[in-house]
Design a protein around this ligand. Sequence first.
Ligand code: 48N
Length: 313
Amino acid sequence: MTPPAVTVEKNYVPEFKATKTVPISTESATAWESFKFDHIRESTVSRAMTKRYFADLDKYAESDVVIIGAGSCGLSAAYVLAKSRPDLKIAIVEAGVAPGGGAWLGGQLFSAMVMRKPAQKFLDEVGVPYEEEDTYVVVKHAALFTSTLLSKVLLFPNVKLFNATTVEDLITRVDPVSGELRVAGVVTNWTLVSMHHDDQSCMDPNTINAPVVLSTTGHDGPFGAFSVKRLVSMTAIEKLGGMRGLDMKAAEDVIVKRTREVVPGLIVGGMELSEVDGANRMGPTFGAMALSGEHAAEVVLQVFDERKKQNAY
Ligand code: 48N
């Protein structure tokens, strides 16, 4: 049955009837009536932020370790390093405003995060609850893992996260004796600036010196695999193996096992490593990221003293 045609006169403007706001209860109204923040002036807020940020830039201009990329691998490495070596100054440089990389969701935007055993030991260490299955565990929401790990990392007094900041080059040295190229820090810029180098006049970068750099910038993509691609373009390594197809079992073991110092001063972990070695990708399982981070932290400590000596000048 067709509904009766409704005729609307031309230029009809429906009269806007303000809906009555729901009256707040008198009780809560009185309680809030006298509420008042302490006094502030805008410049106070500005100084509170900038004073701290520029003090951090000054302090971390010479860092002991720079971690490029605050994804699951970089954050896991930062946690292990900061906890085991409170004497080290650790700068994390993350291109995104929001750290965490690809670890805010499981696969195909599903929330749950799967980690194969024995990665649950890292979850126990960080304090992330999970549901146990036979050969794997499930964190009910990937954001629970990433936010818990991130909050723990940011609580360490020897860690500074520079987010919304891109590493757009590496600081290098040529060893006077061996002639070997060594990485000795990173070149940074605001990410928004980095994205506009081709349509603005030169906007020069800043730097962070460090005897050891850990690159965990993920597999290829607009920002991915940054350091290893840069090593190729500066002919420090010949070519990239290129990430292979998905093979969960093959990929995870290899990424954890082969996390290593690719050139003196530059350690690579996580999915960036798959681009170096031509390793398979593992898809939506994250145990290898956590344990590659753990392994990367150990490699940093193995090479640190030697690199620090070489890095003296
Ligand atoms: O999460 P990602 O991309 O990298 P990883 O290695 O920590 O974790 C990889 C993991 O999320 C997977 O890809 C999973 C397991 N899937 C596998 C598969 O088969 O698909 O984090 C990298 C971080 C990001 O936050 C980037 O924003 C950041 O690195 N980043 C940079 N930060 C600063 N400067 C740069 N040049 C830069 N490039 C990337």
